[in-house]
Design a protein around this ligand. Sequence first.
Ligand SMILES: C[S@@+](CC[C@H](N)C(=O)[O-])C[C@H]1O[C@@H](n2cnc3c(N)ncnc32)[C@H](O)[C@@H]1O
Length: 213
Amino acid sequence: MKSRIDQVIKRVQADYLDTLLPPRDALLARMEEFAAEHGHPIADAEVGQLMRILVRAKQPKHLIEVGTNIGYSVVVLGRECAADAVLETIELDRDILATAKRFVAEAQLACEVRFHQGKALEVLPTLDGPFDFVFIDCVKTEYEEYLDQLLPKLSKGAMIVCDNLLWGGKVAEDVHDASTDALRAFNKRITTDPRLTTIVLAAGDGVGISIVN
Ligand SMILES: C[S@@+](CC[C@H](N)C(=O)[O-])C[C@H]1O[C@@H](n2cnc3c(N)ncnc32)[C@H](O)[C@@H]1O
């Protein structure tokens, strides 16, 4: 039980938790600066640290990321993967994908990275599973469709991480727009679908962690 439910999570706690994150290495620090300067929506450092731990513990062999952006999460995930792992990632924007490829090349990851350019909902059906780790971080109104396309390609025990599930706090408030409503429905789905075991945490912008039963 939370001792006082309204004490989680306030600005002061969030700022404090930020101080507990490890310092970023030179490449990730540069990517965070680049993202801030050019307005790229990369994963929160807290979510990065959480995924680092999840991937190190699970050691997945076939990962799929929906939403590459500049490759920040590719570097985070890829650094925890063994040399025989394959990390596939999808990005719509050609220029952003070119930037991601440059940053990821600098990271000299041991695992193989396969970049796919296109709309996620068109690319996903072309990819062969099984996948054992998923990171969904793309168009918020499409999360449920990504999940539906991916579920048949996930092995038992596969882990699904979804970012932005609290959407700046809006999903918990009386706010209605396409993304907020879609994320609210998605949260309900992943926490009630009998094929999944899920927790939604107030890390970063809200992160869901599901295991395929
Ligand atoms: C939140 S960002 C991904 C951040 C990245 N996972 C990270 O943490 O470093 C979402 C990305 O999805 C891309 N995107 C938008 N619509 C898309 C679509 N329909 N299919 C694939 N990618 C799309 C955007 O260009 C953007 O770069």
